[in-house]
Write a new protein. Structure first.
Lengths: 433, 128
């Protein structure tokens, strides 16, 4: 059979959702991927899949049918008093919707990978507002781009070229020459090396730096100390001048703000800075979301429950209080008595102390690939790869929903099908309530 | 020698991200079971690139391979996000649900101990 090129495939790896990928398909199998970065290419190419559903018996996995794995999973979830359904980032909104139904049915906690990633951003936005714009606006208008606590050269490798730096836009016809790029980070990252200016800040001093910038912007540079978090006052003044005098500025915020001291307070402060800059020029902020549809998980959960992550249905209605109801909160308190990990890998990305509890409770994993979570799981249900074998909706980091494409057929059940079958069986077990 | 009170940062790298859906592979091990530091810190602990180093915090210890990155300031180390880094990060969720994956104080020293595979590392949690 001749090779077929599928064009305009949407990459299901990071929050850039690059929608210009070309995938070469031969005999129903993907043989090459063009235009994608190494992260996206490796995901779309795929590799050793989990062959069949598995249940752990006496410490060893035994292959079973989908029916058996779904039955056992439904029994665990129906009987659990404090179940946690975690993940929901590397899959489509349609499956996330089914997850909320399941959570409500069994009175579970449902939480997304945002709680170990941009949850602080989400909380900051709830407190202070979302001064966002689309990446298209950045491409066409931005002349000042600030990457703060993020490293797109390694985490979002095509971000600069497609949206923010070298790309030519309607009002930035010369691309890189029409823009100035700052990187603020605790280390000289690969992104810092390609920026116009690298400003090194001490770890944990972002909040103070934002306060200093706001103070200078308000005309009170005289009360700012000579250095703030290792950054010279002259540099901060220079930054404020650049911010005030640009035509369209954007701050891209990363984990350097959300996973450090002050967490969501960093976001509240930088959003206040952006707000105040809008008295002088147009300024915006976009979080550099990691998983391709973690932003969609926030949207889906919010439109269905009112809250974007860390939602507790144990009261019979949606309750939200990250710090109390996020995955690591409840795992560290040893509160959870059963857990499902779907389209997220807590085994690799939760602190060891949380894994110690995960190892003690029944753990159901739904994922196309084996990963550290598999090593702790009691039931493993392999599924189709969303965005490659299943089409559906995903939200880009700037909140633009994009329909992902199905590139090849699969014999694996989709996440949505597995969730639907677990939900149906749970309802039967619980007596149709 | 053991150098105390360095600052541990964890995060994405290109190689770690390229093996996100391939975490049981040798490529992921090579990408994530490592600790980057600048030349000066390598010299202070008496290690060369590729030597095993033990990084400890008040939450645990982990052995990884030393790597050089002169982009890191003195006294800072970087371990790519993943099970090795997360063996020692501060789990406290800071009132918002997010553990402190960046900025933890740590000690680092050269060691003769072996770097654990993903399977062996995670097996420790099954043992309690």
């Amino acid at each position: 059979m001749a090779a077929e090129t599928v064009s305009n495939v949407v990459c299901p790896l990071c929050g850039c959702l690059c929608d210009d990928i070309e995938v070469i398909v031969e005999d129903g199998k993907i043989s090459n991927v063009k235009k994608a970065c190494p992260l996206g290419k490796n995901k779309i190419m795929g590799h050793d899949r989990i062959k069949a559903p598995m249940i752990r018996e006496n410490g060893e996995f035994k292959e079973v049918s989908y029916d058996d794995a779904i039955e056992k999973s439904a029994q665990i979830l129906a009987q659990a008093k404090r179940p946690l359904l975690y993940g929901w980032a590397s899959l489509i909104c349609e499956a996330q919707r089914k997850g909320v139904e399941l959570a409500e049915e069994i009175g579970a906690l449902i939480d997304t990978t945002a709680s170990v990633c941009h949850g602080s951003t989400v909380v900051g936005v709830q407190g202070r507002g979302a001064p966002g714009c689309t990446l298209g606006e950045v491409k066409n208008r931005a002349d000042l781009v600030i990457y703060w606590g993020c490293n797109p050269q390694e985490a979002h490798p095509r971000h600069r070229a497609r949206y923010a730096h070298s790309v030519k836009g309607m009002y930035r016809p010369n691309g890189k020459k029409d823009r100035k790029v700052f990187v603020i980070d605790v280390r000289e990252t690969k992104t810092a090396k390609v920026a116009d200016e690298f400003v090194k800040i001490d770890p944990g001093y972002d909040y103070m730096a934002f306060s200093a910038l706001r103070t200078i912007l308000a005309g009170h540079a005289d009360v700012v100390p000579d250095t703030v978090g290792g950054v010279a006052k002259e540099k901060l003044v220079e930054m404020v001048d650049a911010m005030k005098s640009c035509e369209f500025g954007v701050i891209f915020g990363g984990m350097g703000l959300t996973q450090t001291r002050c967490r969501y307070k960093n976001l509240e402060n930088v959003i206040s800075l952006v707000d105040e800059l809008n008295a002088h020029t147009k300024f915006t902020l976009i979080p550099m979301r990691g998983h391709y549809n973690v932003n969609g998980s926030g949207h889906t959960l919010a439109w269905l429950t009112g809250y974007p992550f860390a939602i507790d249905f144990s009261r019979g209605y949606a309750w939200y209080n990250p710090g109390e109801t996020a995955s690591n909160d409840v795992l560290l308190r040893r509160e959870v008595d059963a857990m499902m990990a779907i389209a997220g890998d807590p085994g690799a990305h939760f602190p060891g102390e949380s894994l110690r509890h995960m190892a003690k409770i029944p753990l159901i994993q739904i994922d196309p690939y084996a990963n550290p979570t598999t090593e702790l799981a009691d039931i493993v249900i392999p599924t189709a790869v969303s965005g490659v074998e299943v089409d559906g909706t995903a939200y880009r980091m700037d909140g633009v929903p994009i329909r992902t494409r199905k590139v090849v057929e699969t014999e694996y059940l989709t996440d949505e099908e597995v969730l639907e079958r677990i939900l149906t069986r749970v309802r039967e077990l619980k007596g149709g309530n | 020698m053991c150098v105390k009170e360095v600052i541990l940062i964890t995060g994405r790298t290109l190689k770690q991200g390229s093996n996100l859906e391939n975490k049981m592979s040798d490529a992921y091990f090579d990408a994530a079971a490592q600790c980057e530091m600048n030349e000066n810190l390598l010299t202070r602990i008496g290690a060369s690139v590729g030597d095993a180093v033990k990084v400890s915090t008040r939450f645990g210890e982990v052995v990884v391979n030393a790597e050089k990155d002169d982009g890191l300031p003195d006294g800072h180390i970087f371990i790519p996000m993943g099970p090795w880094a997360n063996a020692i990060v501060d789990p406290d969720t800071g009132g918002v649900g997010t553990p402190a994956f960046k900025g933890d104080p740590a000690n680092i020293e050269k060691t003769d101990e072996a770097v654990l595979s993903v399977k062996d590392l995670i097996a420790r949690y099954r043992e309690g």
